[in-house]
Design a protein around this ligand. Structure first.
Ligand code: GLC
Length: 650
C-alpha cells in the first residue's frame, strides 16, 4: 500500500543508508521493502511510536534487514524466489517432520550426515534440530537458555559444521528447522552480564525492578510455568541488586519487547539463522512475548503485533523462511498465532497443535473418541496459508490444555477428568499400564502435566517387562494408531526421535544433579542405535513399529487429500469409540479419503448408513489405502479392529 507518511520516511531512510547497502543486486530486497514498508511502519509505530528516538530505531531496523539481505547467499535468494511463486508449498502432503537432539541422536552436528540416511529411510524430509546454541552447562533448560545467539555450543560442533549439514540437507531435499528463543536469554548472556554490572542500557533489555512493588502487582495475575522448580515469576539478582522477571527458570531472563532495541536484536538473529540455511525458524514461547500488569502476561495483543512485525521483516529479507509458533495455549488462543489474515496480519505459517496432541492422549486413556471429536470440531478454522504441526510426543511434557466446556460436553467434570488423565499416565489408575511421570505439579491449583516416552505412556514398558504378548500388541497398535492420526489429520506430522522404534523411558536423568528435578528428561534419551538396527529384524517390536510408520508416511505422501487446505469434515457416528472424518482434494487420485480410527481395545462396528453423506454404502467395496486391500462394505457395517484405523478411498 502507498501512504505518504511511511513513504517519505522510507525515502529518508534510504537516502541516509550506507552506500554498501545499496546496489543492483539488492533489487528484490527493495521491491519487497517497498511492498511491506507500510505494514512494518504501522506496526513499529503502534509498538514504539511514543518514543523520541522512533525514527532512529526505524532506520536501524531497515539497516539490519538490508545488511542481512546482503549476507544472504544466492542459493537461498533463489530459493526465496521459487517459494514466492509456489507459495502454498508447505501445505503439501509430502512434508513429514522429525524432531531430535543432535547430540543424543548423532553425537553432534558432524555425526548427523550419516544419520540422515535413517531419516530418509523413514520418509522424513523436515528435521527440527533442537537448540544447539551456546548455553551454560547444566543451567540451560535443554538449550532454551541461550548465552550467545550466534554461537553453536562447542559440544555440538561449529557454525561451519552447521553450514555443511544444511548444505547436505538441501542436496537431499530435506528442510532444516532451528530454534530462536525469542522470549528470554540465559542470565549468562552478555546483555544480562552487563545489566548485572549496572549498565542501564542493558537493564532495559529486561524487566528489572529495585523493589517488590511492581513484581508483586504482576504476580497477582501471572500463573507459574514451573511451579515445582521455579515458583514465582521474579528472581532477586544479588549483583544487580534488582528483581528481574524470570517466567520460566530463574536463570532465564525475560526480554523486554517494550524496548525496540530488543526487537531489532532479535530480528537480526532470526535473519542470521535464516541465512545459515534454516528453512523454518521455531519461535519459542511466543505466547509470553508481552507482559502487562493485571494480565496473565500470555497471548497479549502486542505479542501478536511483535510476531506480525517479525514476519513482515523476515518477508523482506528471507521470504522463503517460515515461522513455527510454539504457543502451548488454549485452542482459541493458539489459532491467533497464524495471524488474523493472510496478507495484512500474518504471523507464523506453522503452529504446534497442542490441543490435538492432548486430545489424542485423552482418547487413548478413555478408549473413546468423544472428547477428541468435540475438541477437534471446536478448533477454530485457521487461515488458508497456515498449517498445523501435529505431534504425539515432543521434548516437553503433555499439558492437558483442552477446553473445560468441551470436557463437560463429553460428560466429565474438568478437574476430575484431568486428575484421571494424570493418574492414568503415571500408572496410578487401576486399569493402566502406562509408566509416565508427573510434571509441574502445582499444589496451589492442583494442576499437573505428564512426562514419559510415547512407548512407555502407551504401556510398552510394562508389557515387555511382563512378557505379555497381548499387551505388547495393544501398545504397538496404540503407537501406530496415534501416528496414523497425525499423518491423516491435516498439517505436518512431526515425529519425535526414538518413537519410531518404541524407545522407552530413560531414568538416567534421576542421577544427574542438573536434571533430576525436571522429569521431561525421562523422554530425552540417547538414541540406542543397536535397538534401531532391530527395525530390520522381522517380528521385533522395533520392526513392527518402524515399518508401520514408514508405510504410513509413504502412503500419506500419495494422498493429495491429506494436504492441509482446510479440507477436513468431521462425520457423526453413534459409536463413541470411533473418530471419523473425511479428507478431500480437488485434484488427482485419492481425492476423497474417509479416515476411521478405533480407540478401543476391542473391535468396533460402524453402521455405514450413518454416513449417507459420503455415499460409501453405494459401493460394494472400498479400497483401504494403508493396507492396500479392498474392504467389503456389502453388509452395511464395517468392523474396525482393536486400536485399528482405515484410510478408505471413496
Ligand atoms: C518452550 C520449550 C521448553 C522450554 C520453554 C522455555 O516451551 O519447548 O522446553 O522449557 O520454552 O524456554
Amino acid at each position: 500500500m502507498y501512504e505518504q507518511v511511511s513513504h517519505s520516511l522510507l525515502n529518508d531512510i534510504l537516502i541516509a543508508l550506507d552506500p554498501e547497502l545499496k546496489g543492483d543486486d539488492l533489487k528484490h530486497f527493495y521491491i519487497r521493502l517497498g511492498a511491506n514498508f507500510y505494514a512494518i511502519h504501522s506496526l513499529f509505530q503502534l509498538l514504539y511510536g511514543e518514543r523520541r528516538d522512533f525514527r532512529l530505531q526505524m532506520h536501524k531496523l531497515v539497516e539490519v534487514m538490508a545488511k542481512q539481505y546482503r549476507n544472504r547467499a544466492n542459493e537461498l535468494r533463489n530459493r526465496d524466489l521459487a517459494r514466492e511463486k509456489d507459495h502454498d508449498w508447505f501445505l503439501s502432503e509430502k512434508l513429514v517432520g522429525y524432531a531430535l537432539y543432535c547430540q543424543e541422536y548423532a553425537q553432534g552436528l558432524k555425526g548427523m550426515h550419516e544419520k540422515l540416511d535413517y531419516l530418509q529411510e523413514l520418509g522424513i524430509n523436515l528435521v527440527h534440530i533442537m537448540p544447539i546454541l551456546d548455553g551454560p552447562k547444566g543451567r540451560n533448560d535443554g538449550g532454551y537458555a541461550v548465552r550467545d545467539f550466534r554461537k553453536i555450543d562447542s559440544k555440538y560442533g561449529t557454525l561451519a559444521d552447521l553450514d555443511a549439514l544444511s548444505a547436505d540437507m538441501r542436496s537431499r531435499d530435506m528442510l532444516l528447522v532451528l530454534d530462536v528463543v525469542v522470549n528470554h536469554t540465559s542470565d549468562e548472556h552478555e546483555w544480562a552480564k552487563k545489566a548485572k554490572k549496572g549498565n542501564k542500557k542493558y537493564q532495559e533489555y529486561y524487566y528489572t525492578y529495585a523493589d517488590r512493588k511492581i513484581p508483586d502487582l504482576f504476580e497477582q495475575t501471572m500463573p507459574e510455568v514451573f511451579p515445582e522448580t521455579a515458583p514465582g515469576n521474579f528472581t532477586w539478582d544479588e549483583s544487580m541488586q534488582r528483581w528481574v522477571m524470570t517466567v520460566f527458570n530463574e536463570f532465564q531472563w525475560d526480554l523486554n519487547y517494550k524496548n525496540p532495541a530488543v526487537f531489532i536484536e532479535m530480528i537480526d538473529i532470526i535473519l542470521f539463522w535464516a541465512n545459515h540455511g534454516a528453512d523454518v525458524i521455531r519461535l519459542d514461547a511466543v505466547a509470553f512475548l508481552w507482559k502487562k500488569i493485571g494480565s496473565t502476561c500470555q497471548n497479549e495483543r502486542e505479542a501478536h503485533l511483535i510476531l506480525q512485525l517479525m514476519k513482515d521483516c523476515c518477508q523482506v529479507t528471507a521470504p522463503g523462511a517460515l515461522f513455527i509458533a510454539e504457543a502451548i495455549v488454549a485452542p482459541v488462543e493458539v489459532i491467533k498465532y497464524f495471524g488474523e489474515d493472510a496478507i495484512n496480519a500474518k504471523e507464523c505459517e506453522i503452529a504446534y497443535n497442542p490441543t490435538f496432541m492432548a486430545l489424542l492422549w485423552e482418547a487413548v486413556a478413555t478408549k473413546k473418541a468423544t472428547l477428541l471429536d468435540i475438541g477437534v470440531r471446536n478448533l477454530p478454522t485457521k487461515l488458508d496459508r497456515a498449517t498445523w504441526l501435529n505431534y504425539v510426543r515432543c521434548h516437553d511434557d503433555i499439558g492437558l490444555g483442552f477446553d473445560d466446556n468441551d470436557i463437560r460436553a463429553a460428560g466429565y467434570d474438568p478437574q476430575a477428568h484431568r486428575r484421571f488423565m494424570v493418574d492414568y499416565y503415571t500408572g496410578q489408575y487401576p486399569d493402566s499400564s502406562a509408566t509416565g511421570v508427573a510434571f509441574g505439579r502445582n499444589e496451589k491449583t492442583g494442576d499437573a502435566r505428564i512426562s514419559g516416552s510415547l512407548a512407555s505412556l502407551a504401556g510398552l514398558e510394562t508389557a515387555l517387562l511382563n512378557n505379555d504378548a497381548a499387551a505388547i500388541d495393544i501398545s504397538v497398535n496404540t503407537i501406530i494408531l496415534l501416528h496414523s492420526m497425525i499423518a491423516a489429520f491435516g498439517g505436518i506430522p512431526l515425529l519425535y526421535y526414538g518413537d519410531s522404534i518404541g524407545t522407552l523411558n530413560d531414568n538416567t536423568y534421576l542421577t544427574d544433579e542438573n536434571k533430576h528435578h525436571d522429569s521431561r528428561w525421562v523422554h530425552r534419551p540417547t538414541l540406542d542405535w543397536e535397538k534401531a538396527k532391530r527395525r530390520h529384524e522381522p517380528g521385533t517390536v522395533e520392526n513392527r513399529i518402524f515399518t508401520a510408520i514408514q508405510r504410513l508416511i509413504a502412503v500419506r505422501k500419495q494422498i493429495p487429500a491429506f494436504a492441509d487446505l482446510n479440507n477436513r469434515e468431521m462425520l457423526d457416528v453413534k459409536n463413541p469409540h470411533l473418530m471419523v472424518f473425511l479428507r478431500f482434494a480437488s485434484r488427482g487420485m485419492y481425492s476423497r479419503v474417509l479416515v476411521i480410527a478405533n480407540f478401543d481395545t476391542s473391535p468396533q462396528t460402524m453402521n455405514l448408513r450413518e454416513l449417507d453423506a459420503v455415499n460409501l454404502f453405494e459401493h460394494r467395496e472400498a479400497r483401504e489405502l494403508y493396507s492396500d486391500r479392498p474392504i467389503s462394505t456389502r453388509s452395511g457395517e464395517l468392523l474396525i479392529p482393536p486400536l485399528g484405523f482405515y484410510w478408505l478411498q471413496l
